[in-house]
Design a protein around this ligand. Structure first.
Ligand code: SF4
Length: 263
């Protein structure tokens, strides 16, 4: 999820037009799945947190902001559960009062039972501290819960972008449809995944056509030789596909999967 808030510089930095300066670096923080690996196992948590917040009060308020007890600062890393560790990683990211946090699969290594609580926490911090997230995940279900806008990438290429609800209800790229079909849902009958094979894209090749062509059910001759052009279906919904209007949900194609029942 990324709300482009604040100076326009952020948009330019993400798109590679501008380089971030030292001041802007403070406004960007990151949360990784194994962010806790950088902590020294022999140091109490107080120490790494002190490096960025030099008062005891700040450490305690930081820990409380992420739902942890203030006594936790005296513990060693191995004494924490996986969920507590990820909360500490989030606390550290929040310490510099960032405006954007790049959250790269922040719940992927957590037990399923506590994934939701971490997402709720991040959502809560967003409201309380006006922070935005660039949330990177292969899981469309959590992206839909957590994001305002979703960008779908395949083989290093952006293939579709839309507001979350629009993308879920009217996926217009075959890869987005495949991701949705692979998402468990009580509303959908068991179905085979809409793809030809399981090949992975060759990121080293100088392939000219569509990167999804080897797996696409709707592949055409042009898909093998030309990169599909970017099309704006609406002012906020864009897709890179030659045939998006032929198999789009509701377009009458035989093979499409029905997602209308997804709440
Ligand atoms: S451009 Fe062609 S191969 Fe690529 S997703 Fe669209 S129909 Fe499939």
């Amino acid at each position: 999820m990324w709300k482009c808030r604040g100076p326009e510089n952020y948009c330019n930095i993400f798109s590679g037009i501008a380089k971030p300066n030292r001041l802007l670096f403070q406004k960007f923080q990151s949360v990784f799945p194994y962010g806790f690996a950088r902590y020294n196992r022999r140091q109490q948590l107080q120490r790494p947190l002190q490096l960025i917040t030099n008062t005891r009060y700040n450490i305690e308020s930081l820990l409380e902001a992420v739902g942890l007890s203030r006594d936790l600062q005296h513990k060693l890393p191995h004494e924490l559960s996986g969920g507590q560790r990820q909360r500490v990683v989030i606390a550290r990211a929040m310490a510099l009062n960032p405006e954007i946090i790049v959250a790269d699969e922040p719940i992927s290594m957590l037990d399923v039972s506590i994934r939701a609580s971490i997402l709720f926490l991040m959502n809560d911090l967003r409201t309380r501290y006006q922070v935005s997230y660039l949330y990177i995940t292969p899981d469309l279900a959590s992206a839909r819960f957590f994001s305002d806008r979703i960008m779908v990438m395949y083989g290093g290429h952006l293939v579709e972008i839309a507001d979350s609800s629009e993308l879920i209800r009217r996926p217009s790229h075959p890869y987005t449809q495949l991701l949705l079909a692979a998402t468990p849902s009580k509303h959908r009958k068991k179905t085979t995944l809409p793809q030809k094979g399981y090949g992975v894209p060759n990121l080293w090749s100088t392939q000219k056509g569509c990167p999804f062509a080897p797996r696409c059910l709707y592949v055409q001759d042009a898909c093998h030789v030309t990169r599909p052009p970017w099309t704006w279906i609406t002012s906020t919904h864009g897709v890179a596909c030659f045939a998006w209007d032929q198999f789009r949900i509701g377009a009458g194609a035989k093979n499409h999967i029905k997602f209308e029942n997804i709440p």
